[in-house]
Design a binder for this molecule. Structure first.
Ligand SMILES: [Zn+2]
Length: 322
């Protein structure tokens, strides 16, 4: 996990000018998505009444802890064992961790928290053990669990010529920007899954645990919803989570805190030998800035999108900012 390199703006697309830009509405309740980002909603997300047990996932039962606190204590013991197994990485740190460390972590969780149900269920589906990635592309979700279906080769067809069963490939991704930036706003507790994180390893483990519950649901039901009561019950009694939100600063949060800039604000940035002015359309690893320019032949104006490194953005008077 090395740090991103600054680079120059590049043009993304050119097309007809869009209608006048309006900042997007922000949903009070985020839609169901992998680990929705809401730095402000963490405290409010804890339920007031214990959720009812979900319908059985099938097969033998998963060992459930009697309370979220008991589950969290078991995860704390797993954390200590993981630290001991990784002497080259400082306790509580993540720098130097590799994706094979995530695979080993998966094995520990599967054995100790899920009683082997994850690998067993994936094997029943004909899927291998998931792949694990540290992802730079996740800039608002802290983690993501993905299933990809690939058509099996013709050699795998049965004698009856039936269509081959799709081969499944599962991947669990952890967001590098959100993980490494977790403590960029030290004035507030860093919470993931409703639990206070002491260090980056805690952040990683809580995100990882959340994704494993997604994997458990998806592998058994082909559906998962971390905003739903079933997910909440499993997450609370297996890994001790009391919320499905994270309070990690996103790229948008960091740009707003550092530069006072938000989506919809007017900004300038250097491009080639000049300087362009446009409006921020999105903020991820880079800001996407839409620049409208008159057509030289007198036609309608054209809008061009540029991917601009955050450090090159300059406020333009009138930006609404902080
Ligand atoms: Zn989720």
């Amino acid at each position: 996990m090395d740090l991103p390199r600054p680079s120059v703006p590049f043009r993304l697309t050119t097309g007809a000018a869009a209608p006048p830009f309006a900042p997007p509405m922000r949903a009070i309740t985020p839609p169901a998505q992998p680990f929705p980002a809401s730095a402000r909603a963490t405290a409010a997300a804890a339920p007031t009444t214990p959720p009812a047990p979900p319908a059985p996932l099938g097969g033998d039962g998963i060992p459930l802890h009697p309370t979220p606190e008991a589950a969290h204590a078991a995860m704390a013991a797993l954390r200590e064992e993981f630290i001991r197994s990784m002497p080259r990485v400082a306790p509580g740190a993540v720098a130097g961790m590799t994706e094979s460390d995530l695979a080993r972590l998966f094995g520990m969780y599967d054995r100790q928290a899920f009683a082997g149900r994850l690998t067993r269920r994936l094997a029943e589906r004909g899927a291998a053990v998931p792949a694990f990635r540290f992802s730079r592309r996740l800039t608002s979700a802290a983690g993501r669990t993905i299933r990809r279906d690939c058509r099996a080769p013709a050699a795998d067809r049965g004698n009856d010529g039936a269509p081959p069963r799709p081969r499944e490939h599962w991947t669990i991704e952890i967001s590098v920007p959100l993980l490494l930036g977790a403590f960029d706003a030290p004035a507030t507790d860093v919470r993931v899954g409703g639990l206070v994180c002491r260090d980056l390893l805690d952040v990683l483990l809580r995100v990882f645990e959340h994704e494993l519950v997604h994997l458990l649901e998806m592998a058994h039901r082909d559906a998962t919803d971390c905003g739903g009561p079933d997910f909440h019950f499993l997450a609370s009694r297996i890994v001790g989570h009391v919320s499905h939100f994270h309070g990690l600063p996103t790229a948008r949060d960091r740009v707003h805190a550092r530069l006072g800039l938000s989506v919809g604000d007017e900004v300038a940035f250097p491009f080639r030998d000049g300087r362009l002015v446009g409006r921020i359309a999105s903020i991820r690893r880079r800001a996407t800035v839409v620049v409208e320019r008159a057509c030289p032949d007198g036609g309608p104006p054209h809008a061009t999108k540029f991917g601009v490194p955050i450090e090159l953005l300059e406020r333009v008077d009138g930006a609404q900012g902080a």
